[in-house]
Ligand binder design. Sequence first.
Ligand SMILES: NC(=O)c1ccc[n+]([C@@H]2O[C@H](COP(=O)([O-])OP(=O)(O)OC[C@H]3O[C@@H](n4cnc5c(N)ncnc54)[C@H](OP(=O)(O)O)[C@@H]3O)[C@@H](O)[C@H]2O)c1
Length: 375
Amino acid sequence: MSATRCRGNAFPSYRPRMNDTALTVHQTARPYGFPTTDHFAVVESALPAPASGTALVENLYWSVDPYHREMMDDAPGGFALHTPLEGRTLGRVVASRTPELPEGEIVLHRQGWRTHAVVSPAEIRRLPRFDGVPLTAFLSILGGTGLTAYVGLTRIARLREGDDLFVSGAAGGVGTATGRFARLLGAGRLVGSAGSAAKVAHLTGEVGYDAAFDYHDGPTADLLAEAAPDGIDVFVDNVGGEQLSAAVGALREFGRIVRIGTISQYNTPDAPPPRFDHADLVEKSLRMEGFLVSNYRDLQDELHAFAVPHLQSGRLVEDTTVVDGFEHLVHAFLGMLRGHHTGKIIIRAESETPAPAPRGVGPELVAGPGSSGRA
Ligand SMILES: NC(=O)c1ccc[n+]([C@@H]2O[C@H](COP(=O)([O-])OP(=O)(O)OC[C@H]3O[C@@H](n4cnc5c(N)ncnc54)[C@H](OP(=O)(O)O)[C@@H]3O)[C@@H](O)[C@H]2O)c1
């Protein structure tokens, strides 16, 4: 087994030297603030052999997520150093010692950040087949990302037809799914915030938001007042911080705050917590509720029943940024934390990359169906 430290921006190309080599990303140090490639190493080892009752899976698509940053800290339940990282991934069974996992089957499991994994039937989820629905959807709009958006709207906000929404982090995976689902569920005015003019244009031009703003352009309270002059009924919060403070002020009576994430604070440990007028919660009868999607896995089939017909009819599309090559996984993760993507970021194995278009046609990094950008 050999480990290669990742230094600066020169994250080297980690291609297996032989067909029987597996690559695994380890965290090697605790970051303070934004992580860098110095906090990771890629470890090369012999291809693992499946024991009886297990199968060897070659991973094809990987998800990197903000919660991975939270798990990099020295906190209970976080990543141990110098051990394989975990994350959602889709892979194909390439060698099996159990009839329950036939070779060729595509499975979802949590041994991500590596090219190969040995799994037991209990550790995988079989994927239903839906005509016309791409595999990437099971990591984006039909996966944990879509489920988070769906739970936030239907169970936490208890969205009512005509409700006016503000969504922070609106151009990311959860944010784009929230906007598209809210539109299908009959929401009223949809306002989103994001980190660039291109993302703002994507929200209003593609996703179905009525108005959007770049939160760098001024105090959020002012930008929100301009975009939602009559106030909002629901705030779906992926970000926390100043955007949470502003939204409390903009909420109408009986408003709901859906606390999904706090990404504005994951890399700024010294940032003060957000301040807002607590009296607003009482005087406007507001409800603020957070949740973890892991407690709502039983709604997976309900999400499929809701979203798949819309995906098949074309009324719903997934927003993804697809990055090609396992060797770019760490960079994709670091870029995701800084917003270098639109929609759900997914890393795709070289073996799954479509054949290149004829010279002069198509982007350098090939994006998936419904894709919205390049990493
Ligand atoms: N509760 C749950 O069970 C659950 C499940 C999934 C995700 N989450 C949370 O939901 C949020 C979104 O997750 P995701 O997977 O969809 O990721 P994502 O939104 O696709 O990616 C993260 C985004 O955060 C934005 N961001 C980074 N720093 C920021 C800052 N200082 N202020 C404002 N925005 C910032 C960036 O977009 P910009 O370019 O717009 O800045 C970046 O694109 C995260 O907070 C995550 O932890 C929670």
